[in-house]
Design a protein around this ligand. Structure first.
Ligand code: NAD
Length: 259
């Protein structure tokens, strides 16, 4: 995967491939909610959990590292995997999909961006109203007290320990099997219920409770738009399924609606 394709590698979805009825809907929408998943960051070089991992980590299954049980079994391994992912995310730049969503926020009066991503790329692209449902990889917390802790630069022991109680630090992310932060999930369901248009972008729709958000929006009568190169459980229910990469489809959509 090329982290930041040059202009010659970019395949834009022509603005003309965006249905005219969607363009009309988008131009008049007052309340728009977007849910993103790891697919939107794939074009920035941050692998999804379902992509093959690379290098040293190729033989590990991310689904089995992103769990409390894995951390209990081998805290060092899990910390080091996250240190690698943190480095990847730090080196990555937001792509044209992230940028299009930051631009969309400036066009729509009431805009909420819900993300399952932990890489911080939406903020770096300029998005403002972002709800991070699964935390943020750049932060660390005490694994016992849950408080935010800044790991010391010179920490030689991995994982570093909490200066308060001595327990291991862990990344401030939600692992498989853990509950989402209550405030964030409440905000997310409110935003799904109240919007008139809901976008589901780059998410397989297999990780709950985020996967229910698009269905909640559908039940409330919102127009649901999916952006994904592949089918998901949402595809046949969505009002529009735009096939392709977020970094191609979203700029095409912005051109069709606002140029
Ligand atoms: P997922 O791995 O289950 O699904 C990724 C989806 O993105 C797939 O449906 C795939 O078809 C689609 N996709 C791939 N490339 C795409 C592209 N260029 N444009 C649009 N779509 C594309 O990811 P998920 O649904 O986000 O759930 C997995 C969990 O993994 C989440 O909880 C998330 O927190 C975590 N995660 C986060 C990151 C990150 O922060 N970047 C990376 C990996 C995993």
């Amino acid at each position: 995967m090329a982290p930041n394709p040059g202009p010659e590698d970019k395949v834009d979805t022509p603005a003309t491939d965006i249905p005219e009825s969607l363009v009309t809907t988008l131009r008049s929408t007052q309340k728009l909610t977007v849910l993103t998943g790891s697919g939107i960051s794939a074009e920035s070089g941050v692998p999804t959990f379902r992509d093959a991992q690379t290098g040293l980590w190729a033989r590990y299954d991310p689904m089995e590292l992103a769990t409390p049980e894995a951390f209990e079994r081998d805290p060092r391994l899990v910390w080091e995997w996250y240190a690698w992912r943190r480095k990847l995310a730090g080196k990555a730049a937001p792509n044209r999909g992230h940028e299009a969503l930051a631009e969309l926020e400036r066009r729509v009066p009431d805009f909420v961006l819900l993300t399952q991503n932990v890489d911080g790329l939406h903020h770096r692209a300029g998005s403002q109203n972002v709800v991070e449902l699964h935390g943020n990889i750049t932060r660390s917390i005490c694994s016992v007290e849950g408080v935010l802790v800044e790991p010391r630069e010179d920490d030689a022991i991995v994982p570093p320990s909490c200066p308060g109680c001595g327990a291991f630090l862990r990344p401030d992310v939600v692992w498989f099997g853990e509950a989402l932060p209550a405030g964030e999930i409440e905000d997310a369901f409110d935003a799904a219920r109240e919007c008139d248009v809901f976008f589901s972008i780059g998410t397989s729709g297999l990780v709950q409770p985020a996967a229910s958000l698009a269905f909640e929006a559908l039940r409330r009568g919102a127009v649901v738009v999916e952006v994904n190169p592949n089918d998901t459980p949402l595809t046949r229910h969505a009002g529009y399924a735009l096939r392709g990469k977020a970094g191609d489809v979203l700029p095409g959509l912005m051109r069709a609606a606002y140029d």
